[in-house]
Design a protein around this ligand. Structure first.
Ligand code: IMP
Ligand code: MG
Length: 205
C-alpha cells in the first residue's frame, strides 16, 4: 500500500515530502506509522515563527492557544518567536465519543482583555472546522483589532464548516493522528512525532 505523503504548505509553492521515519521501538505496538517526523516538525515550526514575526511586527499580539493539544506546538513555536507578545490559553473540550468531535464545552475562559488587540488563535488540528468556527466567533465578539488563526495540522478532506486557517503547519491525509500534543482518549500526547495509530487501538477502547 502506498504511504500517503504529507503536503508542506509554505508561503508559495507546495512541496511533497515523503512520510519518512520508522516508528521507535517503544511505540511500535500501538503506532502504525510516523506521518511527520520530529525533524520535519522542527523545521516547519521555525518557518512559521519567521512568518509570524514578519506579520505581527509592531502589533499588540495576544496568542490564544486551545488546551490541551497545542502544548508542544506552543512550547516550540514560542521559543522561536522574537516578538513582544502575551499568551492566554483557552480550555475547550469536545465531548465526543471516540474519534468524532462532539459538543463543545469551555473548560477555561480567557483572563485577558482582547479588545483592540491583535489576536492569534492557535489549535492543534483543523478537522471538521467546528471548533475553530465556534471559538473564532466567540473571540470575534470580544472585538479584537484583528483575529488570525493558526493550526499545526489541516485535515482538509474532513471539513464540514467552510473555514480555513491563516497559518497551517502541514496538510495531512484523512487519518486519525496522535502525538506532538494530539491525543486519542487523552493518551499519546507525549509522542515527539505525529503518527497514525493502529486501528485496533481505538477499537480496543
Ligand atoms: P474539529 O472541530 O472537527 O475541526 O476538530 C478539532 C478538534 O478535534 C481538535 O482540536 C482536536 O482536538 C480533535 N481532532 C480532530 N482530528 C483529530 C486527530 O486526527 N487526532 C487527534 N485529535 C483530533
Ligand atoms: Mg483535542
Amino acid at each position: 500500500m502506498p504511504r500517503p505523503g504529507i503536503t508542506v504548505r509554505g508561503t508559495g509553492a507546495r512541496s511533497r515530502v515523503a512520510a519518512a521515519g520508522r516508528v521507535p521501538p517503544r511505540w511500535r505496538g500501538e503506532v502504525e506509522r510516523v506521518l511527520i517526523t520530529e525533524e520535519q516538525i522542527a523545521q516547519r515550526v521555525r518557518q512559521l515563527a519567521r512568518r509570524l514575526e514578519r506579520d505581527f511586527k509592531g502589533r499588540d499580539l495576544i496568542i490564544v492557544p486551545l488546551l490541551t493539544g497545542t502544548v508542544m506546538f506552543m512550547a516550540d513555536l514560542l521559543r522561536h518567536l522574537a516578538l513582544p507578545l502575551r499568551i492566554d490559553f483557552m480550555g475547550v473540550s469536545s465531548y465526543g465519543a471516540g474519534t468524532e468531535s462532539g459538543e463543545l464545552v469551555f473548560t477555561k475562559e480567557l483572563r485577558m482583555e482582547l479588545r483592540s488587540r491583535d489576536v492569534l488563535l492557535v489549535d492543534d488540528i483543523l478537522d471538521t472546522g467546528r471548533t475553530l468556527k465556534r471559538v473564532s466567533e466567540k473571540l470575534r465578539s470580544l472585538k479584537p483589532r484583528s483575529l488570525k488563526t493558526c493550526v499545526l495540522l489541516d485535515k482538509k478532506a474532513r471539513r464540514v464548516e467552510p473555514i480555513e486557517a491563516d497559518y497551517v503547519g502541514f496538510e495531512i491525509p484523512d487519518a486519525f493522528v496522535v502525538g506532538y500534543g494530539l491525543d486519542f482518549a487523552e493518551r499519546y500526547r507525549n509522542l515527539p512525532f505525529v503518527g497514525v495509530l493502529k486501528p485496533e487501538m481505538y477499537r480496543a477502547s
